[in-house]
Write a protein that binds this ligand. Structure first.
Ligand code: EPS
Length: 387
């Protein structure tokens, strides 16, 4: 599969085309909109989320909500476009009458203007904005529904905001989002939740922003997805690239992550034992469900670190490229903290990347073939039960 997104943050809206999705999957379009609504939520979001009420209008790729195997296209309207059309209309808009020249440190403003030879950073920020993730969540929501047919669930929870850490460690993905979505910061630890909310309140008071960490768990992936043989099919590399492509993500890790550097191998690798009911089982899951670039049948556990949003209402020291003078970066409208939303985006980019790699492993243009091949893969891991 592959997909493209198009659309500027304050343009008419966002378009996505998902190509290569199998035929015969019944898509609940209401579920796409609920994923879009989950992405809009979380304590610390800014004024824009009060304006938008994201909904995907499906344009192609299905009849009667059942996929055809043809490209699935959809459109998410930007309500805020009404206020911005004089600047952002693709044909008549005059973006230079709303120029942004005080470059925001941490955003794409400086590097983008150098790259394209622009002297107005608004031409960069309109596409660099995390608004684009709405389109990616729409694509992921469709892929989540394919994975669900195959018994695969993805959930996430916030593990840290601005140094405040959660101590709750969920065991799986089933039911995880019901719990995390019930929290304003999508955190399972009630004490940490309070302290995280207080950190965000501090940001609101001081015009600052807060980053954090989110953990994603994928349950039900059969062993055998990905490949040890090809660098570009290693499942951890594929999933990491997808996660790193999310705006503001600065690091990705699986299982024990960076802690593997701190202890002996005997404390890292997940010992196996024979279990009557399940074949071969593991005592631990430090690998995070991937060995040699291939899923090993355990839960896939990934984490992302998200930097604080670079638009601070208090402003940061910078240079105005129109005057060449030292100024404070423009106080554009933004979010104080988007870490809870980043978890929803991460689940959905993982859904696409995993579904894509899984289809490479199983083949199949229609859902029945994919279901049969996944069942065969699962059966292979069960053969050792008889020995
Ligand atoms: C976002 C929409 C944006 C921001 C945010 C994410 O809306 P606006 O720019 O109109 O306030 O809230 O974008 C950024 C954090 C960014 O750095 O650009 C969204 O839909 O998620």
């Amino acid at each position: 599969m592959r997909y493209l997104t198009a659309g500027e943050s304050h343009g008419k809206g966002l378009t996505a085309i998902l190509e290569g999705f199998p035929a015969g999957v019944h898509i609940d379009c209401g579920m796409i909109d609920s994923e879009l609504a989950r992405r809009q939520g979380g304590y610390g979001r800014g004024g824009r989320m009060k304006i938008e009420s994201d909904s995907a209008e499906i344009l192609s790729g299905m009849f009667g909500s059942v996929t055809l195997g043809s490209p699935i296209a959809f459109f998410i309207r930007n309500r805020d476009y009404e206020k911005w059309s004089a600047y952002t209309d693709p044909v008549r808009g005059d973006i230079d009458s709303k120029a942004l020249t005080a470059l925001r440190p941490g955003h794409a403003d400086y590097a983008g203007c150098v790259k394209y030879g622009f002297d107005n950073a608004r031409k960069i920020l309109e596409r660099a904005s995390a608004r684009e993730t709405a389109a990616r969540v729409g694509v992921g929501a469709i892929c989540k529904q394919l994975l669900s047919v195959l018994g695969i669930t993805i959930g996430s929870h916030v593990t840290e905001i601005c140094g405040v850490k959660s101590t709750v460690k969920p065991v799986g993905a089933a039911g995880l989002n019901e719990l995390s979505d019930a929290s304003a910061v999508r955190c399972l630890d009630k004490t940490a939740e309070k302290a995280m909310t207080a950190k965000i309140d501090e940001c609101m008071k001081n015009g600052d922003t807060a980053g954090g960490e989110v953990e994603m768990i994928i349950e039900g992936v059969p062993a055998g997805v990905g490949s040890h043989a090809h660098y570009d099919r290693k499942l951890d590399a594929v999933l990491a690239a997808a996660l790193m492509s999310i705006q503001a993500v600065k690091s990705v890790s699986f299982g024990m992550g960076g802690d593997v550097a701190t202890v002996f191998g005997s404390l890292v690798h997940d010992c196996m034992y024979k279990s009557g009911a399940h074949g071969i089982e593991r005592k631990t899951n430090n690998a995070g469900g991937i060995e040699g670039g291939i899923s090993n049948g355990e839960n896939i556990v990934a984490r992302i670190a998200v930097k604080p949003i670079p638009t601070l209402t208090r402003g940061l020291d910078t240079v105005d490229i129109a005057s060449g003078k030292a100024v404070s970066a423009a106080p554009e409208r933004s979010d104080y903290c988007a870490v809870p939303a980043a978890g929803v985006v991460a689940e959905n980019v993982l859904a696409f990347a995993l579904a894509d790699e899984l289809l490479k492993t199983t083949g199949g243009d229609d859902i029945d073939t994919v279901v049969r091949r996944v069942a065969e893969l699962r059966e292979r891991a069960n053969v050792w039960k008889q020995r």
